[in-house]
Design a protein around this ligand. Structure first.
Ligand code: PRP
Ligand code: URA
Length: 208
């Protein structure tokens, strides 16, 4: 079973409440997604592999740690792009892949239209970014594609997850830990998360 890691922090709860508000502007929505991505970045890197590293302080030698190998971020287009800037504020040296998926409006199944990832995925933590885990079809397809390119250490950073999407990921990718700010109630008949925040891509890019 993958672990579901919630972000039960007052700052995160305040930000997600503002994010859900239909009166939140596009500018504020983007900023809140970025701020929540910063908090998710801290959560999903708690167990990141490190190597011992020695530096000289102005006074003497200090033995510490450096993150190695470099993690990889893979935003799911479009909405996952909104999380990249916040993630990079914390995981500054991350390399970035992209996967383009959209949900077919009738079947709700994901359609892949683009993929490009850095080399060496098999040795590195790959963090898939998508603010919404709804049916789980997009996240599962993204992880399928990344694993097909060699990734073995994969996690998913989301802002809102639905129980249906979590169940699908548990079934198809039991090794992938899910980090989410909130787990909502359920999906509606169109596959939207309730209460959710609406269409994340439209709200990030102003295409309402
Ligand atoms: C949204 C969202 C996820 C997907 C989640 O993308 O960003 O990728 O839906 O739904 P699922 O769990 O049921 O697959 P959408 O297909 O609307 O594309 P967009 O980001 O380009 O707007
Ligand atoms: N994608 C979104 O952007 N929002 C939802 O509620 C479900 C899928």
């Amino acid at each position: 079973m993958p672990a579901i890691h919630g972000l039960n922090h007052p700052l995160a709860q305040d930000k997600i409440t503002r994010l859900r508000d239909r009166d939140t502007s596009v500018t504020d929505f983007r900023r809140l997604v970025k701020e929540l991505a910063i908090m998710l970045a801290i959560e999903c890197t708690r167990d990141l592999p490190c190597v011992d590293y020695t530096v000289q302080t102005p006074l003497r030698e200090a033995v510490g740690k450096r993150i190695a190998p470099t993690p990889v971020l893979v935003p799911v287009l479009r909405a996952g792009l909104g999380m990249v800037e916040g993630m990079l504020q914390v995981i500054t040296e991350a390399e970035i892949g992209h996967i383009g998926l959209y949900r077919d409006h009738d079947t709700l199944t994901p359609v892949e239209y683009y993929i490009n990832t850095p080399k060496g995925l098999s040795e590195r933590r790959v963090i898939v970014l998508d603010p919404m885990l709804a049916t789980g079809g997009s996240a599962a397809a993204a992880v399928d594609a990344i694993k097909a390119r060699g990734a073995r250490d994969v996690c998913l950073a989301a802002i809102i997850a639905a129980p249906e999407g979590i169940a699908k990921m548990q079934r198809l990718h039991p090794d992938v830990a899910i980090y989410a700010v909130a787990v909502d109630e359920r999906l509606d008949e169109h596959g939207y998360i309730l209460p959710g925040l609406g269409d994340a891509g439209d709200r990030i890019f102003g295409t309402l």
